[in-house]
Design a protein around this ligand. Sequence first.
Ligand code: ADP
Ligand code: MG
Length: 336
Amino acid sequence: MISTLKQLGEFGLIDRISKGCLIRPDRVIRGIGDDAAAVMFPDETILLLTTDFLVEGIHFLRSSISGFDLGHKSLAVNLSDIAAMGGLAREALVSIAVPPDCDIEFIDNCYRGMKALAAEHTVNIIGGDTTAARSDLVISVTVCGSVKKEKILCRNGARPGDTICLTGYPGESAAGLHLVLNDIDTQTDVFTYLRRRHYSPLPHLAEGHWLAGTGAVTAAIDISDGLSSDLGHVIRQSGVGARIHMDRLPVSDALSQFCRRLGPDALDYVLHGGEDYILLCTLSSADFVDIARKFEQRFQRPLYSIGEIITGDHIELVKAPGKIQRISSKGWNHFK
Ligand code: ADP
Ligand code: MG
């Protein structure tokens, strides 16, 4: 019998909570289990809703992140969930629990960071809540967005034969986090860049909305917990398996340099490093070449094809011809 949170894990707990949550399921397109909840309005536009916490000591260390970056990141992680649904972000609610030792300037800067990113994506901050806290700063952001009914991207539509794509480089944020946690001197451009990738992620809203507009994408998710974990959500919800080719995994120059200098295997960072907030999507292999060409024209960088959806229920990694290894989802999971 499962009796502790540690045994249950984050996803087990969410699963347990989710039973009995929908009293009026008629207009709910996606409830618990996708990047954002999706509810149909009478005019057939879909309202997207998502919320995320950033908790001191769990998601950030107040002593090592600036207020500006914390504000930016707390909104960015929510915008990324709207991006993963193919939507446009519209309104945000921000709640803060502030401990007595927190400077007003820190909170001011936090809102500067949030407002700057909100302005970039034309999002209003329309409300929230403020309370005192005993010792840890907590920020909770809720974002609502919208998407046309026929354009919504969900986690559950991947089909065998689909190409698996990434809109950017995975693993950089985890490399940046490693530098922060180990207090490694970041005076070099590359290390500074990796730290920025961790502290100031750029949600792929334009990419998600553009991909939804092509009508060719069968499933999408943002990389928040790590490629292995997030691809795991897509295959479980779609009832399929996935094959990834090691030689096609995009490794950025910055991550390569990081690994050369500090020794770790880039593959670990690429497969299991979280918080990149790039998008993973699947699309019919027949559409891939055309979509990838147009993506590159629009965004001036490639849409990386890293593998294909197969029948089955697990992720396999092709390390060399005939050399296939099963990989397990090793990304972030609270309580574990
Ligand atoms: P993401 O990493 O994309 O933000 P999560 O892993 O946090 O997604 O959440 C997965 C799903 O579970 C989402 O649909 C989310 O809304 C839902 N969820 C998470 N925590 C709770 C909770 N305490 N109560 C109800 N639903 C939850
Ligand atoms: Mg998500």
